[in-house]
Design a protein around this ligand. Structure first.
Ligand SMILES: C[S@@+](CC[C@H](N)C(=O)[O-])C[C@H]1O[C@@H](n2cnc3c(N)ncnc32)[C@H](O)[C@@H]1O
Length: 259
């Protein structure tokens, strides 16, 4: 990799570049992410109030959430990302097409012979459940403002806390800030990059914390979480010298209950 400056403030984040780089096809990483969310939302009670934290320009993590959610609030730090998610909610022709992710999710959930109507039905359910788009900042003690403390039944946070800093201690603080959003007995649904040094989007390099399962278990238990599910998968490219190495070796999937 050429030496490049790490973009710590997300000034140069480009939603379309990011979507094209990570979500233009369903390889083993995206397939396993969808499988994780399908499993995770089996653990969540019906009529839950769900927050997607740092959703970026993406909706894939919420496809399995829609049937169990009462409402879904979608948050990100960047307005350009919130706008991208709103394009999809509003069925804009400029919106990213998540239909192949919906089809794959339905298949993982066990539906046979999926047709266009099945996909449209799930997409419309998700659109209906998305009721608020909020600005968030994980570096704040109350990342959505005080009003939202002890507020959500489920907080979904994927490749965010581990992907906006390179410091493990800072990551622990971000996790603590995030935990204020959950009600007692609420569920954290999270994936984090494993053994990461950085991650890429287009020409840009962004920071990442070097985490493994043990780090996550320790940090969550310090905050009083009980882990109900944890697993990991390798990244599609793990050779650091490969041209298409993205900066991380895998993904860690976790569901944990706030006690
Ligand atoms: C690697 S992307 C993950 C996006 C999405 N969750 C996914 O799984 O593809 C990291 C996200 O963190 C967001 N972000 C950057 N700074 C943040 C902050 N201070 N608080 C919360 N989110 C932030 C970015 O806007 C971006 O959407």
């Amino acid at each position: 990799m050429k030496k490049q400056k790490i973009d710590l403030r997300f000034k140069n984040f480009k939603p379309k570049d990011y979507l094209n780089e990570y979500y233009s096809r369903i390889g083993s990483e995206n397939f396993n992410l969808l499988k994780f969310f399908a499993e995770a939302y089996k653990l969540v009670p019906k009529n839950s109030l769900v927050l997607e934290f740092g959703g970026g320009p993406t909706l894939f993590s919420l496809i399995s959430a829609a049937p169990v959610a009462k409402e879904i609030h979608f948050s990100d730090y960047l307005d350009i990302n919130l706008n991208e998610a709103k394009l999809w909610k509003n069925k804009s022709p400029k919106a990213f097409d998540w239909s192949s992710f919906v089809r794959t999710t339905l298949k993982i959930e066990g539906l046979n012979k999926i047709n266009a109507k099945d996909i449209e039905t799930r997409e419309n359910l998700l659109r209906k459940r998305l009721t608020k788009f909020l600005h968030c900042d994980a570096f704040k003690k109350f990342p959505l403002g005080k009003k939202y403390s002890d507020f959500y039944d489920v907080v979904s946070v994927n490749g965010v806390l581990d992907s906006i800093t390179a410091g493990k201690k800072i990551w622990e603080i971000l996790l603590q800030n995030l935990s204020t959003l959950l009600k007692k007995k609420g569920m954290l649904v999270m994936y984090a990059l494993k053994d990461a040094a950085y991650w890429r989007s287009g020409e840009r390099i962004f920071p990442a914390v070097n985490l493994n399962e043990k780090d996550i278990k320790i940090a969550l238990s310090k905050l009083g979480f009980k882990i109900v599910y944890i697993s990991s998968i390798p990244a599609e490219v793990i050779d650091e010298k490969a041209e298409n190495y993205e900066g991380y070796k895998g993904f860690i999937f976790v569901c944990a209950k706030k006690t």
